[in-house]
Design a protein around this ligand. Sequence first.
Ligand code: HEC
Ligand code: HEC
Ligand SMILES: [Cu+2]
Length: 509
Amino acid sequence: MNKTKQLFAGLILMALALRTAQADYTLNLMKGVTKVSNDIYDLHMLILWICVFIGIGVFGTMFYSIYHHRKSKGHKAEQFHENTTVEIIWTIIPTVILISMAIPATKAMVELDDVQDSDMSIKVTGHQWKWEYEYLDNGVHFFSSLDEASNKARQIDSGIDPRTVPHYLLNVDRPLVVPVKKKIRFVFTAADVIHSWWVPDLGWKKDANPGFINEAWTSVDKAGTYRGQCTEICGRDHAFMPIVVVAMEQPDYDAWVKKTVEESKKGPDLSDQSHDELVSKGAAVFAKNCVTCHGAEGKGVPGAFPAIAGSPVVTGDIDKQIDIVLHGKGGMPAFAKMLKADELAQVITYTRNSLGNKVGDEIQPKAIQKLLPQASGAATSAAPEAKAAPQEKAEANIVLSKDELMSKGKAVYASNCASCHQAEGQGMPPTFPPLTGSAVVKGNINAQVNLMLNGKGMMPAFGATLNATDFASVVTYTRNALGNSVNDVIQPSAIHTLQAAMPAAKDDE
Ligand code: HEC
Ligand code: HEC
Ligand SMILES: [Cu+2]
């Protein structure tokens, strides 16, 4: 009997230890800050206790029988098999248990997947190795990468003790900001390889696959900062693309949106800079955007990432280098949309005159700006009031040739539409319809213009964010390129008239 008492005392001590460990969230799931995450936690606890109950029942009976009916006491094994009653009982009981587990589990799954009736949508794109966030309702658009302090400390031989860096590898330069208590729908995709977006406090994670759209939603109950990471091994810097979500009260969020839109409207600093200024500022741009692949000294990684030091491209024709940096090539990302004209000019000048290179030339921000896709909406879609008044008059009577419309339209398409409808117009069904062969694009032009002016579902309204010339160009482009050949055009003047008739620039929200 003494032994049995000791055994029980041991079990009770273990249970107490588990409770303490749980208090520090070292052992159990976290409850998180959303209804879904709490429901998942409750489900997990329910299933856990069912399992504990079954475990105690089964093992309790087993140990009791072994102990009390042992041979040394004179017990003899019963000799029987095929007992119908027992077989029916051990089929029915587990069935009932399984059903009682499946019902709450299914409820939680259905809740988790229901993205309907959301208040806003955010498109999340995984890149090697940063996250891109596009707010589909207000045009806010930015990239979020590892913060500078972590990035410095993580370099080999940095000499910095990671323990001294706050939120080491869990901090970013620009967090994803969301309002509390709003149903936020996320659409996930990736630009290169599979990534996965995971913030434990929200209760779920979702894969971001190139060429596919996955959906999820959240509604954060409590303002605060929530951290997570990419959880799909996505290449050498997989460990360096954390996620930070900052949930704010609605008024704070509105202020943040206003500030962010204003900042992005400012655009790049296009004034000329001295050679030395370009080089010295370029060093910082290089450290932040290029060292992950090309190395701090520009030596690269043989076989994977070419050296910048002594590279024939960098020491050769500057236009070729600009082309690669702006538009990418193979594993080299396109930076045209990720960096501003001044940063691009600085980093290009830097690579040519540092890291062991001495070409001696430079490029100014102004020259780069000309090569970027139409400034409207390249980094952040312009806000409604961005439309310049003098331009308006000009657009009322402008007439462009089809070729002019097409070439302008191509650039407008690349910067405003390709992120959803894709570069060749193939779309990402079922969420983003293809424009190639689309019934709308091949149908009545007025219906297409109308849809684009006013938007529909997740398709943004471009009536206030594109000027008449860009708007007419991109309509013409979609109808005569991307595999379509309707062979009609629309002139800026026609769009201008429609825009003038629209209800005065809507004050959204
Ligand atoms: C994700 C990794 C990655 C990042 C980040 C990256 N590059 Fe590259 N880069 C590459 C790869 C891969 C190539 C080789 C492309 C090819 O030729 O197929 C390359 C090629 C180049 C070349 C041509 C070199 C040659 O000799 O062929 C230049 C110039 C260049 N990168 C500059 C930059 C600059 C400037 C930045 C930062 C703004 C940058 N890269 C960031 C991966 C990267
Ligand atoms: C944020 C993602 C997004 C962007 C950016 C976007 N669209 Fe769309 N677009 C959609 C969605 C979603 C639909 C489907 C709308 C629906 O039917 O509910 C759509 C539908 C369309 C359709 C109708 C296609 C059909 O067959 O139903 C056309 C035409 C179109 N978009 C053109 C454009 C053009 C031109 C641009 C750039 C100026 C653009 N879109 C930018 C998401 C987007
Ligand atoms: Cu990743």
